[in-house]
Ligand binder design. Structure first.
Ligand code: HEM
Length: 821
């Protein structure tokens, strides 16, 4: 067995001895070394760009679609984030290996001479700040540039604990002058609305849930090398794991008509994807910005952001495409980041979106994005293009494959064009915004609202609708009522939710975005249903041309709710495992393989670790037996066999293949591991959101009133579709297939939001029975007439008013007297 330096040291450790942390000055040297390596990489990227190697999408190997659109903000985080994780690796290596340095410095503060690993000569001049305000020039001569490390470590549980302790003993990163991208923000506690970037939702932790912050983790990362390198070797033997394409071929084949789930509609797929694009978008690394990395290009210099994988020679699809002869699938690592506290530690990944369910797929996750989507006249409305479609976006030349006479669309999330039903749903939400905004504009109660107030109140309603549909209609199809009750996910029938807890971390967890919520990929059908035709799905990815057809939005929407989805299981359609984003035969990607490789890239612990965490069950390393204690308890025989072909040991099964292939729990569509991750995540998104729509916490200055909630609760996805399209009949629940219990109903029979119209009293009027002594007066509750969700006054109100005095021969009641209503 080959073992690397870390393991070598740890193997000798029988007891749990702390690994001694190198001194601060050594760690400073390691930082410089890391920065220099990073500079090499950036330089290589420039060279590659100038040679035309890292071409944008369109060649044979770099098909990633809009998922590769990474914002500059993420690129900047990557520049530093990489170094945070890399220092840990180097420090651990230093501490467990006999490394000597040869570095000379001009300043007396740094006079050591250090010698690094083998290879090239490097001289570098760096500006460093030693104490605040004093900058010195430091010339670092690395006699040798450290060789690209070959990673051969296998780390046991004890090793990992030991490394955790080592990391916690490392010095504060601020002592290394490492900039922290997540420094504090000043919050306005009385602000009535969510910020557009999600900051300040949690007043004590303004960065929780903000866009461009790291994903959180339920379980610590398990990288190959302890801090940053993707896992590629068996935990048990140190042998290479099967590649992701091979595992995809073994495990994720192939959903067919026989695997349809007759109860749920494909609207589950489209809404699920829309919801994903509200809460997660992992930033991917770039070459020389804005160029993508073409990691399969043989002329491309090695790059630590590249993690391509092999297409085997006997690949069932690619072997038959003679002209392609493709043996490599491009894969770019996610942007690296430090954790939210900017500690030296494991490599983390960045979410470019606000983590909350807050309509960011409609409005964007930054002020700049919103500015490009909102009507510039500040009338409270969102921009639309002709025929009330989304605004056009001709800037996305990288992934949009629309015909020359058509254009892709702009929305709050860059992936809005991924498939036409998703683009249609984005359109429906923008129309819904404008419908509600128009209501407020027409409403007498809102006569004095500014355009900004109309916009924010409307945004508040739209975010609430997305939350309501998620918890009320979407999640019940995935998780049983028992589970939802246990995790507090069932919406209330009346009253307020009072469970907001400012200590709950609302952030999206890495295991959720990189594995568990990707369960939606299994729902995808091979045909895109467009009444009255059906097309191969891959032809319509990143190409929203069907929306330009007559009634295009209606037909894309109907195609989804009129047709069932695939069952959630390990099987996926070849449209996404063979031909994802394919434009020329054989140049596509494999979504199942990407999911597996992304899990490795992010250092997700393996399936059995998650299973144990979620259920306390333990699986023996060589026990692939289905349905038995000590084996794959929650798997069918067929699924266990597939996993057994892909992995030699159960401890190596990865979270996506292992979790999605579990048998569902009773009343659910997911097995226990994905149920656990989803339930905890959706609980965090509810209990950790100060503005959750049902909530009433003293910390929210503007909760929905009981009347507003009462008027809001009957809204359904079906009604939202009805109100914003020409569809006139629709199944009551669009997430279920039409059936006797889910019949088609007239749109007009579905309840709309009832915006509370507070009844106001009219002026007092004399009634007919007034006499010289008493004036009977009445007023009525019709100014304006209230509606069923707004009832501050009711019926009539009477009063008797004395008009004369005894002295003058008349009665005196000593004041006003009110009588019944
Ligand atoms: C035609 C439909 C879809 C296509 C073409 C598609 C494609 C993709 C692609 C290419 C990625 C990036 C993979 C990577 O490099 O790691 C991705 C990520 C993801 N997908 Fe899908 N997907 C679809 C539908 C869905 C659905 C229905 C769901 C869930 C219900 C879903 C959930 C996710 C999640 C959670 C991620 C990770 C997002 C992130 O953090 O970046 N997708 N998808």
């Amino acid at each position: 067995m080959t073992v690397g330096p870390v393991r070598h040291f740890l193997q000798k450790t029988t007891t749990f001895e702390p690994i001694e942390v190198p001194s601060l000055s050594i760690i400073r040297q390691l930082k410089i070394e890391s920065e220099n390596d990073h500079k090499y990489k950036l330089n290589d990227n420039l060279v590659a760009k100038n040679k035309g190697i890292d071409t944008p999408d369109g060649n044979l190997t770099s098909m990633f679609g809009p998922h590769l659109i990474t914002k500059m903000e993420s690129v900047l985080i990557h520049e530093q984030g990489f170094i945070y994780g890399d220092i840990v690796y180097r420090a651990l290596e230093y501490a467990t290996e006999d490394v000597s340095f040869t570095t000379s410095h001009q300043t007396s503060a740094f006079t050591t001479t250090t010698e690094m690993g083998p290879t090239s000569m490097l001289t570098d001049t760096t500006e460093i700040t030693t104490t605040p305000g004093t900058t010195v020039t430091q010339t670092t001569q690395f006699k040798k540039r450290r060789k690209k490390r070959s990673i051969k470590n296998i780390l046991s549980e004890t090793d990992r604990k030991q490394i955790d302790q080592f990391i916690s003993n490392l010095p504060d990163a601020s002592l290394l002058d490492l900039p922290c991208p997540f420094t504090s923000t000043v919050c306005n506690e009385t602000a009535k609305y969510r910020t557009i970037d999600g900051s300040c939702n949690n007043l004590e932790h303004p960065y929780w849930g903000k866009s461009f912050t790291p994903f959180d983790r339920f379980l610590k990362a398990e990288y190959q090398d302890a801090s940053q390198s993707p896992r590629i070797l068996s935990k048990l033997t140190g042998n290479a794991l099967e590649g992701p394409r091979e595992i995809s071929n073994f495990v994720h084949t192939t959903s067919t008509l026989a695997d349809i789930d007759p109860a749920i509609s494909s609207y589950m797929m489209t809404f699920g994807q829309f919801l994903d694009h509200d809460i997660t978008k992992t930033a991917l690394a770039k070459g020389a910005y804005p160029f993508n990395l073409d990691c399969c290009n043989t002329n491309r210099p090695n790059n630590s952001d590249c993690f391509p994988f092999t297409i085997p020679g006997d690949d069932p699809y690619h072997r038959d495409i003679l002209q392609s002869n493709r043996r490599c699938m491009n894969f770019v690592r996610s942007v690296a980041a430090c954790d939210l506290g900017c500690n030296l530690g494991y490599r983390e990944q960045i979410n470019e979106l606000t983590h909350y369910i807050d309509g960011s797929s409609v409005y964007g996750s930054t002020v700049e994005e919103l500015d490009a989507l909102k009507d510039p006249t500040d009338n409270g409305m969102m921009l639309v293009s002709m025929d009330d479609k989304l605004p056009l976006d001709d800037s996305d030349t990288l992934s949009c494959t629309s015909d020359a006479d058509k254009t892709c669309f702009r929305a709050g999330d860059v992936r809005a064009n991924t498939q036409p039903a998703l683009s249609s749903l984005h359109t429906i939400w923008v129309r819904e915004h404008n419908r509600i905004a128009q209501h407020f504009k027409n409403s007498p109660e809102c006569y004095n609202w500014t355009g900004q107030q109309i916009f924010e109140e409307t945004r508040r309603y739209v975010a609430a609708e997305i939350q309501h549909v998620t918890y009320n209609e979407f999640l019940p199809k995935l998780l049983s009522v028992e589970i939802r009750e246990q995790f507090g996910l069932v919406p209330l029938l009346d009253g307020h939710f009072t469970g907001y807890d400012s200590t709950v971390r609302p952030m999206i967890r890495n295991s959720f975005s990189s594995a568990a919520y990707r369960m939606g990929h299994s729902l995808i059908r091979d045909k895109f249903a467009f009444p009255s035709s059906a097309f191969d799905l891959h032809v319509h990815l990143n190409k929203p041309d069907l929306l330009y057809e007559p009634s295009g939005i209606e037909r894309c929407t109907r195609g989804m709710y009129e047709n069932p989805a695939q069952t959630i299981d390990e099987k996926m359609t070849r449209e996404i495992t063979w031909k994802l984003f394919e434009t020329i035969a054989g140049n596509g990607g494999d979504l199942a393989a990407f999911n597996i490789q992304r899990g490795r890239d992010h250092g997700l612990p393996s399936y059995t670790t998650w299973l144990h965490w979620c259920t306390n069950k333990t699986v023996q390393n060589d026990n692939f037996n289905p349905g038995v204690e000590g084996g794959l308890f929650y798997h069918s025989a067929a699924a266990a066999t597939k996993l057994g072909r892909a992995y030699s040991y159960t401890c190596d099964i990865e979270l996506f293949p292992g979790g999605i292939s579990e048998e569902p729990l009773p009343g659910s569509r997911l097995g226990p591991t994905f149920t656990c991750i989803l339930a905890l995540q959706f609980r965090a998104l509810k209990y950790g959101d100060r503005f959750f729509y049902e909530g009433n916490t003293p910390l929210n200055p503007h909760p929905f009133t009981p009347q507003e909630l009462e008027g809001f609760r009957p809204i359904t996805m079906a009604k939202i579709i009805c109100e914003n399209t020409n569809i006139e009949q629709i199944p009551r629940d669009v997430f279920l297939e039409p059936s006797e219990s889910n019949p088609l109903v007239n749109c007009s029979d579905l309840p709309d939001i009832c915006f509370p119209k507070n009844g106001g009293w009219s002026d007092w009027k004399d009634s007919c029975c007034s006499n010289c002594c008493t004036r009977q007066q009445y007023r009525s509750c019709d100014n304006p007439p209230p509606n069923e969700c707004g009832k501050p006054c009711e019926g009539y109100d009477f009063r008797y008013k004395s008009t004369c005095h005894y002295g003058g021969g008349c009665c005196h009641y000593g004041g006003d007297h009110h009588d019944g209503h």
